[in-house]
Design a protein around this ligand. Structure first.
Ligand code: VG1
Ligand code: CO
Length: 541
């Protein structure tokens, strides 16, 4: 074993975004680029020395090579044990769970989530701290500062790892343990949900159709849904993880999971349809002929989660990211529990989860999760829905309709304008920001503006403050228009326009039609089409 100190000219562009560092593969593969970032993490996380580090990724192109580099650097940086998912695979929630269950000091999660993979696609890496949550902003900023000034990194090129063989090997001072990627995660799910009841429900002829989009959740879905719960193998589709995700876009939404949507709208629809993303933390939920928007799914789960054994004591509080529709707020009000509104990104939920202020949380971007880990969790949401359907004896459309009748329906859409020149995106945001103070009191599309601000958040636990988290124009409880710049893209800038309109009088509208008037208001207000030169958004979800 020979530790080498490799001199390096630091990189200036390694600032982590909403969830870690994401770059084009070619950029990540530049000599020393990944190592520069990993060394910066190790320098900022001295608690890793003499401790355990979890390593795994979503299986995308370059995953294995990157993991080998991470292991060789872990050896050279005094880490005493690494636990790696077999084949280099760990879903993001499974990695978070392992950090917690195995008492690790942290974890490296190699993923660019829903971004496309392959030599021309994206690669990403994020650091999760002890407790399983994503590194908080103060730490990611420290890592960024370190990465800009790094002069050397440490690596032991003699360390070798066979990612495919489960087992332990000792190399120098480092113990390398390759573990089954699914075991720990599946065991935890069995403690939260009533597997016996779900099995019985499936035996009665009910069906769950799951689309893994050729990403990391395939093996998890096979083990849990098919082997443990008895779902039909043929209902688990695209379950083979591929390095390029089959050339697709592993983002579970109405656009990129079109096959699942078609199946769920067809004559042979399953009782529950779901898909997950590249790294397994997102979920899309469908019933026969019904799409449950992520904001609605959060609200309905929060309202019914007590039917699952792991949550029998009920939900103590709910959190949602600011752009997420306010359906969960109704549930919280009715149940007399707290509702928290946080900036976009899962890291903002972690303190609330740690402090026991909330039980569930979610984002409009197809993310839902709970106290069980410190990441959003795609399969968790699928199992929660399956458990709720099995235990309630009601169908998904019945649950959704009952919710809307009780709380009204929050029609919601997100319009993405992708790959914009940074100046264009910034100019649009700046212009709206400047006009915010003049909007309050105005009537837009028949709705009075009650608040217009740039969202800022003070963490109630540690007092840390996050500013500039998205512009919102609020029309009371009725509607909201939100504009923010994405922090996960790798190609220019992406603007996200979020539209929410709450209706109590019309529960069965097509969301696009229901939101058309608000979209027209947003168009006049921000003039996105004119200013971006795009006739329409690139993606609507
Ligand atoms: C997007 C979503 C955000 C999510 C983040 C990471 O961020 O909007 O809600 O937490 O992706 O999800 P942004 O900054 O691009 O809007 V994942 O599944 O890509 O790790
Ligand atoms: Co993801």
């Amino acid at each position: 074993m020979t530790t080498q100190e490799i001199p390096v000219t630091a990189f200036s562009d390694q600032r982590p975004g909403t969830a870690g560092l994401r770059k084009k593969v070619a950029l990540m593969q530049q000599p020393h680029y990944l190592a520069n970032f990993v060394q910066s993490i190790f320098d900022c996380a001295p608690e890793l020395r003499g401790n355990t580090l979890i390593i795994g990724g979503d299986g995308r192109y370059w995953n294995r090579d990157a993991i080998t580099t991470c292991v060789q650097m872990a050896a050279a940086n005094g880490i005493s044990r690494v636990l790696i998912g077999q084949g280099g695979l760990l879903s993001t929630p499974a990695a978070s769970n392992l950090i917690r269950q195995r008492g690790a000091a942290g974890g490296l999660v190699l993923t660019a989530s829903h971004n496309p993979a392959g030599p021309d696609g994206d690669f990403g890496i994020k650091y999760n701290i002890a407790g399983g949550g994503q590194a908080p902003e103060a730490l990611t900023e420290r890592i960024f500062e370190t990465s800009k000034a790094l002069t050397r990194y440490r690596i032991d090129p003699d360390v070798q790892v066979d990612l495919d063989r489960v087992g332990t090997s000792q190399q120098g001072t480092l113990a390398i343990e390759v573990i089954d990627s699914v075991d720990d995660y599946a065991a935890q799910m069995a403690t939260l949900f009533d597997f016996e009841r779900i099995r019985a429900w499936l035996r009665q002829g009910h069906r769950v159709r799951f689309d893994a989009l050729h990403a990391v959740t395939g093996p998890y879905a096979r083990r849990i849904l098919v082997e443990q719960l008895g779902a039909a193998e043929s209902d688990i589709v695209n379950a083979e993880p591929l390095e390029d995700f089959g050339g697709g876009h592993p983002d579970p939404n109405l656009i990129y999971a079109a096959d699942l949507v078609a199946a769920m709208n067809g004559p042979d629809a399953a009782d529950l349809g779901a898909a997950s993303d590249g790294d397994g933390d997102r979920n899309m939920i469908l019933g026969p002929g019904v799409f449950v928007s992520p904001g609605d799914s959060l609200a309905m789960l929060a309202d019914n989660l007590h039917l699952c054994p792991g949550y029998a004591d009920g939900v103590v509080g709910i959190a949602r990211s600011m752009p997420t529709c306010r359906a969960a707020d109704h549930v919280a009000r009715r149940r007399g529990i707290a509702i928290h509104e946080t900036p976009t990104g899962w890291k903002f939920f972690c303190n609330l989860l740690d402090a026991g202020h909330i039980t569930v949380c979610g984002e409009e971007s197809f993310g839902t999760g709970s106290t069980h880990v410190r990441e959003k969790d795609g399969l968790w949401a699928v199992l929660a829905w399956a458990n709720i359907l099995a235990a309630s004896g009601r169908s998904l459309p019945e649950i959704a309709t009952a919710h809307w009748q009780r709380c009204g329906r929050h029609y919601f859409q997100r319009h993405d304008y992708e790959g914009l020149p940074a100046e264009t995106a910034d100019g649009i945001v700046e212009d709206l920001r400047a006009r915010l103070p003049t909007l309050v009191g105005q009537t837009l599309g028949g709705l009075g503006v009650t608040a217009a601000d740039d969202f800022a958040y003070t963490d109630p636990i540690d007092g840390s403050r996050a500013t500039g988290q998205g512009l919102r124009v609020v029309m009371g409880d009725a509607a909201r228009i939100v504009l923010r710049k994405s922090g996960t893209g790798t190609d220019g800038a992406t603007l996200r326009l979020y539209l929410e309109h709450w209706r109590q009088d019309a529960l069965d509208l097509d969301p696009a039609a229901a939101l058309a008037p608000l979209a027209a208001v947003a168009d006049t207000l921000i003039d996105l089409r004119q200013r971006t030169g795009r006739a329409k958004p690139d993606v609507v979800t």
